[in-house]
Design a protein around this ligand. Structure first.
Ligand SMILES: Nc1ncnc2c1ncn2[C@@H]1O[C@H](COP(=O)(O)OP(=O)(O)OP(=O)(O)O)[C@@H](O)[C@H]1O
Length: 941
């Protein structure tokens, strides 16, 4: 049949055919009736008859009956109403797809009005959220960029409740999904990350996707909150849940019977909440000694409502995404799943460059300059810093015609100074023109802008000292800021908290900018005693230490002080200290002398240096030391990272030397310390001044290839290099191979759970070959195949120092196993080897077992989670009989059956050395396992 003769569907027939489904799924009867009536397909009497019917299902039956009696057009219009009023008939949308419904030309011209309050409200919410989330705010609200044009994926790591990695998120939809959930009772998806890493933007993206129906969720309501909002309520203020939801999002229209709120309370699983910036709450919620609210009707303090929502006492079953700075304490029993934002990877950074710079020439220049500076790349892996660098750089290029990114060793202070220069240059520079470009004079720009800058700085300090991120109109005025000043860009007005018609409130463009300005105020202050600059150092050391240790350790360590603690973390204050160090550093003193008297500056600088030196010494002296195989070990506290950052920001070699000298241990552990790639320059800055060798354990951080490149000059001193779980690729191994092979002092190389491939394995093999002191290599859970496995095995075979090797999770298969069997034969030193989860079958297992009979050194051997069947059993039985000195054999999770097990059990009595063979998880039933009870060294548990 040609298109011209294509059959027009009979809508009467469609309604008859699908009558049963329509009766069960068409919920919002009133909206269909209203529209059919308004379009003239139902008369008043029809409506009356339908309304007299008792149940909804019978009402639908009646409607169908009446509509079908009115003919094709009425039936088509009814289907069109279902199609148009999407949210009210969400359950029928798959049906429309199934019948391939396309509105005809005739029906498209007809009006449909959504009279269903619930779906009308959903539409309104979607509309409002789309409006609020489509743009990323930029300089002083003068410039806005579409979210879709700039949003770039970042690295999002999923964690378990002990903060151990569960892998990486591939799609934002996975965030709300059921994968990697570790607590099915919890309802919160907890997203953590450092300052400026993109937590708020991630929520904005989720909200935007939902509003465009691009987020895979059944939720028809989405309520977004910023936690700092809860600070604006007075202590005694009471509010109902209804008001909290609607006032700070939007109110339903024409809902006299409160159907929307009623629906929300009946179906909370249809609601998603986002709460941004839990760390910004100024109350310690654990200490809020008030009962949680259990009734949605009850009015109560907004913080109580928040606690009740988060704990599931209110709207139980709703989904909640909560963001917070890393290290913020939060009750883990309510967390369902956890994610940590790690910033841009190198390929994501390249994508961001492309989105930012439209012209090919600029893009290339930026990429070349970034390539040359791993330190700058490290900083730029934090989206906020990257945005500041790119924006400022673009501005300076437009106005002054220079196209160079900041120099290679740029500090964070320099980046924020650059941002301030851009803001202040609005006071002096004419609109950029393509023909005439003025020379750049930073000190002039700051001198001219000193009045507003000092006023912003004062405001930032005042509100930070009060523990607030929000400033009132009066406070802004009291600091002497004019409307013109407000347009510079440091501050932005916030309308969302402003529902009572009260005067506008303001916040700084970003919290870290507020910290920077607060530090500026401390430097500019000529009235207070010079020692006032140290007030936040004192404050931070008084406060409880936020921790980055795994949660199990964390909860044991968290002792709560008695005083009221204004923020959940003290990071904002730590940033003030950091910027203070930068502003008083040698690098910036020249600029600051244009703004403050040189004598006062000198005084403040001396004071700060002496404070830092003393506190570094006492901090390091106070840390507990332990004796381990590698010597004396010290596990630093997270605060140490802030000390290192401050030392780097000062640029003072003297303080760096003092710090390096203060590390008296042989091994320093910075594991789980939230070190990101940008920090590695600071670590390197200090380690450069260390004379003695040092072991450095940086496992479980966010170092990446950029970080390793920054650490390059320090590897010559490192006896222990532990970089497991740090997103390293083969590029990092290239750097390690060059450095470690040059200096040959390395004894321990930890590279577990990174992205190392066979090329990286070849380089590790080179390190094994060339470093005679190397005893331990942990390279499990990478992407190494049989090719890389053979490189490593060959190197191990030649080594006379290797003591322990971990290959867990690299699929080297039987080919790799054969290479390892050659390495094991007569090996003089290898004592502990793991080839677990490496895809070895009986073939490879047989080779290894035979070779091991000629090895009298290996003590512990792991072959867990492989594919060994009974074919391999006689060979392992022979190995056991050979009594080589092996003390532990791990064969958990293989495919041995009773037969194989019998052979092992029979061999065991001959052996005097083996303490146990662990065989849990093989192919035996519980009864079969009990047959082997007499041989206790065969462990099934
Ligand atoms: N995924 C991203 N794509 C593009 N730009 C981003 C992204 N994430 C963050 N940014 C940029 O970085 C800036 C800071 O990000 P954001 O405010 O989300 O950080 P944050 O983690 O919430 O910081 P804080 O904890 O200090 O509030 C954004 O305004 C935006 O310019």
């Amino acid at each position: 049949m040609g298109p011209a003769q294509e059959a027009v569907p009979s809508f009467i027939g469609v309604l008859t055919l699908h009558r049963e489904l329509l009766v069960s799924k068409l919920k919002s009867v009133q909206c269909v009736v209203d529209n059919l009536h308004a379009a003239g397909f139902l008369c008043d009497e029809d409506v009356e008859i339908i309304q007299q019917v008792a149940t909804k299902a019978d009402q639908v039956r009646k409607i169908l009956e009446v509509v079908q009696s009115k003919g094709e057009e009425a039936c088509e219009y009814m289907i069109f109403v279902i199609y148009k009023v999407y949210d009210a008939y969400i359950d029928l949308q798959p049906w429309l797809k199934e019948i391939s419904y396309r509105p005809s030309h005739g029906v498209l011209g007809m009006t449909v009005v959504n009279t269903d309050p619930i779906s009308r409200y959903c539409e309104k919410l979607r509309h409002e959220i789309i409006r609020d989330t489509s743009f990323i705010m930029s300089y002083g609200q003068q410039e806005e960029t579409r979210l879709d044009n700039l949003y770039t994926d970042t690295v999002i790591e999923l964690l378990n409740d002990s903060n151990e990695s569960l892998g990486y998120l591939e799609d934002l939809n996975q965030l709300l999904g059921d994968g990697e959930v570790f607590n099915h009772q919890g309802e919160i998806v907890y997203v953590m990350g450092d300052a400026g890493v993109g937590k708020s933007i991630l929520l904005q993206k989720l909200q935007n996707l939902w509003s465009k129906r691009e987020l895979q969720t059944d939720a028809i309501f989405f309520f977004k909150f910023r936690c700092r909002m809860f600070s604006i309520f007075k202590d005694a203020e009471q509010i109902s849940l209804r008001d909290l939801l609607f006032k700070y999002n939007c109110y339903p229209d024409h809902d006299p019977d409160d159907e929307v709120f009623d629906y929300i309370t009946r179906f909370p699983e249809k609601v998603v909440f986002t709460f941004d910036g839990y760390d910004e709450i100024q109350e310690d919620l654990d200490r809020l000694n008030v009962p949680e609210v259990a009734s949605p009707e009850e009015k109560s303090n907004p913080l109580q409502l928040l606690v009740s929502l988060l704990c599931g006492k209110l709207l139980k079953g709703s989904q909640k995404v909560l963001t917070s700075r890393t290290g913020t304490e939060f009750q883990s029993r309510v967390i369902r799943k956890k994610a940590a934002l790690r910033g841009f990877s190198s390929s994501q950074l390249k994508t961001y460059v492309k989105l930012h710079f439209k012209e090919q020439e600029h893009r290339e220049q930026v990429l070349v300059q970034l390539e040359a500076s791993p330190h700058l790349c490290g900083l730029c892996s934090t989206p906020l810093f990257c945005w500041i660098v790119f924006k400022s750089f673009w501005h300076l290029h437009t106005v002054h015609d220079s196209f160079r990114l900041p120099e290679a060793s740029v500090s964070l202070t320099a980046i924020f100074l650059m941002l301030s220069e851009v803001f202040l240059s609005r006071l002096t520079s004419p609109a950029p023109s393509l023909t005439k470009k003025s020379p750049r004079c930073t000190s002039d720009t700051f001198r001219t802008g000193l009045r507003p800058l000092a006023a912003f700085a004062k405001l930032a300090l005042q509100s930070m000292a009060r523990g607030s991120f929000i400033c009132s109109q009066e406070e802004v005025g009291a600091c002497g800021l004019t409307d013109e000043d407000l347009s510079l860009g440091f501050l932005r007005s916030v309308s969302e908290f402003d529902t009572t018609g009260s005067p506008a409130t303001f916040e700084f463009l970003h919290v870290t900018l507020q910290s920077f300005l607060a530090a500026f105020a401390l430097v500019l202050d000529e009235r207070s005693a010079a020692s006032t600059i140290l007030r936040f150092f004192t404050e931070c050391s008084r406060r409880r230490k936020s921790s980055c240790l795994p949660l199990s350790i964390w909860s044991r360590r968290s002792s709560k002080p008695d005083e009221k603690t204004p923020f959940a973390t003290n990071e904002h204050l730590q940033f003030i200290n950091l910027f203070l160090c930068g502003l008083l550093s040698k690098a910036h003193i020249g600029l600051m002398e244009h703004l403050v008297s040189p004598a006062l500056l000198k005084k403040k600088q001396t004071l700060l240096k002496s404070y830092l030196s003393t506190s570094v010494k006492s901090h390091l002296r106070g840390l507990p030391h332990h004796s381990v195989a590698e010597g004396k070990k010290v596990h630093v506290l997270p605060n140490f990272l802030w000390i290192l950052r401050c030392v780097f920001e000062t640029g003072s070699k003297d303080i760096a030397k003092t710090t390096a000298k203060g590390i008296t241990a042989d091994l320093i552990k910075l594991g789980y310390c939230n070190v990101y790639s940008g920090d590695c320059s600071a670590i390197n800055f200090v380690l450069q001044h260390r004379r003695k060798l040092l072991g450095v354990d940086m496992d479980n951080n966010n170092i990446s290839d950029y970080g390793v490149k920054q650490l390059q000059p320090s590897f010559c001193k490192m006896t222990v290099v532990r970089l497991s779980v740090n997103q390293l690729s083969d590029c990092s191994i290239q750097v390690l191979a060059e450095e470690l092979c040059k200096y040959k002092v390395v004894e321990f190389l930890g590279l577990y759970d990174n992205n190392i491939t066979d090329a990286g394995a070849k380089l590790v093999a080179q390190i094994i070959n060339e470093c005679p002191k190397l005893r331990v290599v942990k390279i499990g859970k990478n992407k190494i195949t049989s090719v890389g496995g053979c490189y490593l095995a060959n190197a191990i075979q030649k080594s006379t120092s290797m003591f322990e090797v971990g290959m867990w999770g690299n699929v080297i298969g039987d080919e790799g196993a054969e290479a390892f069997s050659e390495a094991l034969r007569n090996h003089p030193s290898l004592t502990n080897l793991s080839l677990s989860a490496t895809g070895i079958t009986s073939k490879g297992g047989r080779c290894i077992a035979d070779a091991l009979r000629e090895n009298t050194v290996l003590r512990i051997f792991w072959l867990v989670q492989n594919e060994l069947s009974d074919d391999a059993a006689p060979h392992f039985a022979e190995l056991v009989r050979a009594n080589t000195g092996l003390t532990h054999l791990w064969l958990i999770n293989n495919q041995l059956t009773v037969d194989g097990m019998k052979q092992l059990a029979e061999a065991l009595p001959v052996n005097t050395e083996l303490k146990e063979i662990c065989v849990k998880g093989n192919q035996l039933s519980a009864e079969e396992e009990s047959q082997f009870e007499s041989e206790r060294r065969l462990r099934f548990h």
